[in-house]
Design a protein around this ligand. Structure first.
Ligand SMILES: [Mg+2]
Length: 441
């Protein structure tokens, strides 16, 4: 398992993402005269709503939008789309001077920045596992000011490329930024020339400020300077990429984004599945991971699945611990999972019990399994298709809750969770709805 050896206290999760949304969008012509590019409609919602939804899967709690062009319109649109996000996200809009460039926008937002944060463009999206990048950045030593995501192209002749040392060995130092792949410098080379290009997603340390100027470009000025000083690392990422600043991509995004980002979901019961059921576990010191649990979640994230926890926590109603403790434990759990390259997209817990000793929680609830309320709420908020999803639980009540929600369920009775779940992820049960209601054992 990969843990932060040099900085054991450094969390793999980050709280803040910073998004560049101030561009003029001139390549899209009339479309961006009235609307900033990031809030142009893609399918049934603004592009930015898709991007924020994806980011919130990886534990980000706050988005700082670096705005410029049409910032009042942007603020109105963002207030509306924020209500539709499946997980609450605090959104801060920072108005940057026009023409400051991508680096300048970051320079002016300095006072708002966390010590470490993610930075990305508001008009492109890479459907990839950000947890792997977060885990690598948490492990970086103090001399590193940034981690950049790279996309490998079989033919990078039309692009600027990033050169690296030992990219496949994990010691992935960025050595330079070139306008063209070296072999294509004269522009007459026939045939494909592979290369790694900048995906526009960075994890940054706020000390990068010493490199910034009021007007500068991150891509052309700051990243090359960080590379020269040995302060920049890289990681390759796979996945569907779209840049809506390109008219063909914008047209393609209308169908492709909704199709790709409506993911299948892996619903996991907690006690007895993710952790050994020691009875009313309310704190991390009593939390013992089931063998293979972290690997299972990392594999699900890597394969493009949502991972949701649905857990009865009657320990709250019984007075063993409070809701704040449950939330603290789940935040800790999410960080443990991110540290190994997976994420927990969202959690539902039910604190109620009809025979609880705490009056405020003494009642029945349609969220308490075997009722399906927690699954149904996640299905609605995240717009999940139950027929493509699966639930893993260790109790008959888990099977019943899943069946009532239309989700195929599988009962885990101990052993290694990865050995049980990974074959199911690779070969999901087809059209479980055809035989509903059913829960296989
Ligand atoms: Mg259980």
């Amino acid at each position: 398992m990969k843990m932060s050896a040099l900085f054991p206290g450094r969390s793999a999760g980050l709280r803040q993402c910073v998004i560049l949304v101030g561009g003029l969008g001139t390549r899209l012509g009339a479309l961006t005269e009235l609307l900033p590019k990031p809030v142009l409609p893609c399918g049934d919602r603004p592009f930015l709503a898709w991007l924020l939804r994806e980011l919130s899967r990886f534990g980000f709690k706050e988005a700082v939008l670096l705005a410029g062009h049409l910032s009042d319109t942007l603020a109105e649109q963002v207030a509306e789309l924020a209500k539709t996000l499946p997980r609450p996200l605090r959104i801060v809009i920072s108005n940057e001077p026009l023409g400051a460039g991508t680096g300048g926008a970051l320079y002016h937002a300095h006072a708002l920045l966390d010590e470490r944060f993610l930075l990305c463009n508001g008009d492109s999206l890479l459907d990839t596992n950000l947890a792997a990048l977060l885990a690598a950045f948490a492990d970086d030593d103090d001399s590193v000011y940034g981690r950049i995501l790279l996309r490998h192209l079989d033919d990078a002749r039309r692009y600027g490329v990033v050169t690296t040392e030992n990219l496949t060995l994990g010691r992935d130092l960025v050595t330079g930024f070139l306008e063209r792949p070296p072999a294509a410098a004269n522009g007459i080379t026939p045939g494909d020339i592979p290369g790694d290009i900048n995906a526009g997603i960075y994890l940054l340390d706020r000390r990068i400020h010493s490199y910034l100027r009021p007007v500068c470009s991150l891509e052309r000025d700051i990243m090359p300077a960080l590379a020269r000083d040995g302060r920049l690392r890289a990681m390759r990422a796979d996945g569907f990429f779209i840049d809506i600043g390109v008219p063909e991509d914008f047209a393609r995004a209308q169908n492709e984004l909704p199709r790709r980002l409506h993911r299948p979901a892996l619903f996991l019961d907690r006690d007895g599945v993710i952790n050994v059921d020691h009875g009313y576990v309310g704190s991390s010191d009593r939390f013992e991971f089931m063998p293979g649990a972290r690997e299972t979640i990392a594999a699900a994230t890597q394969s493009g699945w949502h991972v949701f926890i649905v857990t009865n926590q009657s320990g709250v109603a019984r007075g063993y611990y409070d809701e704040a403790a449950v939330r603290r434990l789940h935040a800790w759990l999410t960080e443990q999972v991110i540290a190994v390259g997976g994420t927990i997209d969202d959690v539902r817990y039910c604190p109620y019990h009809p025979e609880g000793s705490v009056a405020a929680y003494r009642r029945s609830s349609d969220w308490r399994k075997p009722a399906p309320g927690m699954l149904l709420d996640l299905i609605r908020r995240w717009q999940v298709d139950p027929a493509t999803s699966i639930m893993i639980g260790d109790q008959e009540s888990d099977m019943a809750a899943a069946a009532a929600a239309g989700v195929a369920a599988f009962r885990f009775t101990g052993g290694n969770l990865a050995e049980f779940v990974l074959p199911l992820l690779q070969n999901p049960p087809a059209a479980a709805t055809a035989t509903l209601p059913q829960a296989s054992a």
